[in-house]
Design a protein around this ligand. Structure first.
Ligand SMILES: [Zn+2]
Ligand SMILES: [Zn+2]
Length: 349
């Protein structure tokens, strides 16, 4: 007597599918598709008319709760097959209109607020829009890992950007489309639920990144001496304070010409440079006087003063002088004197 019942229950998924095929008239997420325990739950769904995918969590978003519209350009689509015509087709550029859902709009606003409150977290040369996206993506990775980062200090913001932001690639919906679309990424689709397009290994990666962020939070900086030369070739600092997990990036090797750093020799030399000086050189495009002048003004604490752009400085790099390494950056330059001259109007303005 029991067997016929079991048989009926086993047939339920099939019956549900049939029932849906007969009764569903519109596309888009329905009660059945958005229930992850439903037998026919699919992580991505076809978008109904007017609906857009959230560019961050991917969720199919109804017109009434969309926050803005953005065009994401795909430079083509991944294609690994051998057919020349399909390959040509895959190389075609296409655009997808996306939006932000309410939860992701709120997260974006939180990222903007965090950057306003802790401007030092982003690093020196980063523009607002890039910093906002960096923090938004760090928060998005935390959302996938179902944790809260508590970005309540510049240090936390800095570490969140360092450990989480890059992990957002492959997790946020738009990164499946740009610069090149994944083979399965289609403009007419959205996620059935926020992040439902993220496979289990993506969630695991997000959790690992959050764990690395939390580990870094508890680390304490330690003095790390210059690997060669006794100090940074530019600022002369003998040792910098960094947390153990970042020790390998505290110093970098650079090929410099002493003649462009206040010296006489034009022969290139391979030298150690501290992270601060290396970042400045990268921002200015070269190891030269402009980068050094900026570093000296920063060390003197007057780089952001009005009129400072008129100050002409030619500070020599520590490396071209024959002196002991510096206890603090640029100690071979009289920074107090420079600050006083600027403040009394004898230089600049
Ligand atoms: Zn969203
Ligand atoms: Zn330096």
């Amino acid at each position: 007597m029991i067997h016929p019942h079991i048989d009926t229950i086993n047939n339920l998924p099939w019956l549900t599918r049939l029932w849906r095929r007969l009764t569903t008239t519109t596309k888009g997420p329905t009660m059945i598709e958005t229930n992850p325990y439903a037998p026919e739950f699919t992580p991505t769904v076809e978008l109904a008319d007017g609906w857009l995918a959230c560019r961050v969590c991917g969720v199919a978003t109804a017109p009434t709760v969309q926050h803005g519209q953005d065009t994401i350009t795909s430079l083509g689509r991944e294609y690994r097959g051998g057919s020349p015509s399909l390959r040509r087709k895959a190389a075609q550029e296409f655009e997808t209109t996306m939006t932000r859902c309410s939860a992701c709009e709120e997260r974006r606003e939180r990222a903007v607020a965090v950057n306003i409150e802790h401007p030092a977290g982003r690093g020196q040369y980063v523009a607002d829009v890039i910093a906002n996206t960096a923090v938004e993506r760090a928060l998005a990775v935390a959302a996938v890992a179902e944790t809260d980062l508590k970005l309540t200090s510049a240090r936390r913001v800095r570490l969140a950007i360092r450990y989480l932001t890059t992990e957002a690639l492959g997790l946020v919906w738009e990164s499946r489309f740009a610069p090149v679309a994944e083979a399965e990424a289609h403009p007419s689709t959205g996620a059935a639920l926020p992040w439902s397009h993220v496979p289990e290994e993506g969630r695991a990666r997000a959790r690992q990144a959050v764990a690395a962020f939390l580990r870094a939070l508890t680390e304490r900086p330690q003095p790390t001496p210059a690997p060669t030369g006794g100090g940074c070739y530019l600022c002369g600092v003998a040792s910098v304070e960094v947390v153990p997990s970042r020790a390998s990036s505290a110093w970098t090797e650079a090929l410099v010409s002493p003649s462009s750093l206040g010296g006489t020799s034009t022969a290139h030399r391979r030298v150690s440079v501290c992270r601060t000086c290396a970042d400045a050189a990268e921002a200015f495009g070269a190891y030269g006087q402009s980068a050094m002048a900026r570093l000296v003004l920063e060390a003197a604490g007057i780089s952001r003063k009005l009129g400072i752009e008129n100050v002409r400085l030619d500070p020599p790099a520590w490396g071209v002088m024959n002196i002991e390494p510096n206890p603090t950056p640029w100690a071979h330059i009289d920074l107090d004197d420079l600050r006083e001259k600027f403040e009394t109007g004898r230089v600049g303005r």
